[in-house]
Design a protein around this ligand. Structure first.
Ligand SMILES: O=P(O)(O)OC[C@H]1O[C@H](O)[C@H](O)[C@@H](O)[C@@H]1O
Length: 295
C-alpha cells in the first residue's frame, strides 16, 4: 500500500506555517518569507538546521531554515550597479524585500507522490511576480524561486536561497564542489581568491563563490551522512559561518550554535546576477537530499 503525504496547519505564534509529512520525511514552511524552517527524516539528525532560538514575530526576519533573499542579496549598496539602479530606495532592507514579507499560499497538494506547495510574493514592483514552489518527495526537497516579468522593461536582480544546513561539527565536515572556483573573501576586503583544494571551515567564514557547478556535497562522517545540494540556474554560492565571536552578537542565535550549522547559500549574486526581460521568467532552484553512509 502506498503512503500519501499530508500537509497540516502548524501556526508559530502569530505566523501561519504548515507541516508536511511523507513517510519518514518532514518539512515545515512559514508564510512569512515563504521560508522553509525544517527539513529532515524521522530518527535522524535534521538536514536543514532549525533554530530553537528563532523568534516568530510578524515583520521580523527569522534566523534558520532557508530565508529567501530577493530582489537583492545582502545590502543593496554592495550589489552590481544595474541592481542598485533598478531597486534604488531609502532604507533598503538587508537581503531584499521578501524575507520578512507575508507571502500568499496559492497551491497545496499532497498525494502518494509527495507534496507540492506554491507561495506568491506580495512584491509586484516593475510588474514582477515571484513564487516559491516547494516539492517534497521520499528522498528530496526542492525549492524553486520563479520570477516572471509582466512589466514593460528589463529588470536586474540578485537572489539567494540562504540555506542553513545541520552538521555534527562544522570543523569536522568535508565539502565537495568548490575546488577550482574563485571566491570573494568578505572577511578580507572582498579579495578575489582561487579555491585550490576543497575548503574546510576552521573559523569565521564568508566567501562568495563564482563559477560553481551544479552539485555541492557536505560529507559528515560523525553523522554517517552526505547532504547533496543540486542547483539549477545558479553558479554562485555563499559559504557562511559566523564563528564564535560573531555568533555571540547575532540575534536569535545561541552562542554555540555556529558549530552545528553551515550556510551554503544557493545564489545568483555578483557576476551571476540576472536580468529578466518583459514576458520572460527567471530564478534559481535547489534540490536537497541526503545519503546515509556506513562507516
Ligand atoms: O544576519 P542575517 O541578516 O540573517 O545575515 C546572515 C549572513 O547572510 C549572508 O551570509 C551574508 O553574506 C552575511 O554577511 C550575513 O551575516
Amino acid at each position: 500500500m502506498s503512503i500519501a503525504a499530508t500537509i497540516y496547519p502548524y501556526p508559530l505564534h502569530d505566523l501561519g506555517a504548515w507541516r508536511i509529512e511523507y513517510g519518514e520525511a518532514y518539512a515545515l514552511i512559514c508564510a512569512q518569507g515563504s521560508q522553509l524552517l525544517e527539513y529532515g527524516f524521522r530518527n535522524e539528525p535534521p538536514v536543514i538546521w532549525s533554530n530553537a532560538y528563532a523568534s516568530f514575530i510578524a515583520g521580523t526576519p527569522i534566523r534558520g531554515g532557508v530565508p529567501v533573499c530577493w530582489p537583492w542579496f545582502v545590502d543593496l549598496q554592495s550589489n552590481p550597479e544595474a541592481v542598485k539602479a533598478d531597486w534604488h530606495m531609502a532604507d533598503a532592507p538587508f537581503h531584499g524585500l521578501v524575507r520578512q514579507a507575508l507571502w500568499q499560499v496559492e497551491h497545496m497538494e499532497a498525494d502518494e507522490h509527495g507534496a507540492r506547495l506554491t507561495f506568491a510574493s506580495p512584491v509586484t514592483r516593475h510588474g514582477l511576480t515571484a513564487r516559491i514552489h516547494l516539492k517534497l518527495d521520499e528522498n528530496s526537497l526542492e525549492l524553486d524561486l520563479d520570477i516572471v516579468n509582466h512589466g514593460p522593461r528589463a529588470v536586474a536582480m540578485t537572489a539567494a536561497l540562504h540555506s542553513y544546513y545541520a552538521v555534527s561539527d562544522v570543523s569536522a565536515v568535508t565539502l565537495r564542489g568548490f575546488a577550482g572556483a574563485c571566491y570573494y573573501d568578505n572577511l578580507h576586503d572582498r579579495t578575489l581568491c582561487q579555491q585550490v583544494s576543497e575548503p574546510r571551515i576552521s573559523g569565521p567564514t564568508e566567501r562568495v563563490y563564482q563559477g560553481l557547478g551544479k552539485i555541492i556535497v557536505i560529507e559528515d562522517p560523525a553523522w554517517q551522512r552526505k547532504i547533496f545540494i543540486n542547483t539549477r540556474s545558479s553558479h554562485s554560492a555563499v559559504l557562511w559561518n559566523p564563528g564564535p565571536e560573531r555568533a555571540a552578537t547575532l540575534d536569535q542565535f545561541h552562542p554555540d550554535a555556529w558549530r552545528a550549522m553551515l550556510c551554503i547559500e544557493t545564489a545568483r549574486v555578483l557576476e551571476d546576477m540576472f536580468t529578466i526581460v518583459p514576458g520572460a521568467s527567471g530564478g534559481l532552484a535547489v534540490r536537497i537530499s541526503r545519503q546515509l553512509v556506513q562507516r
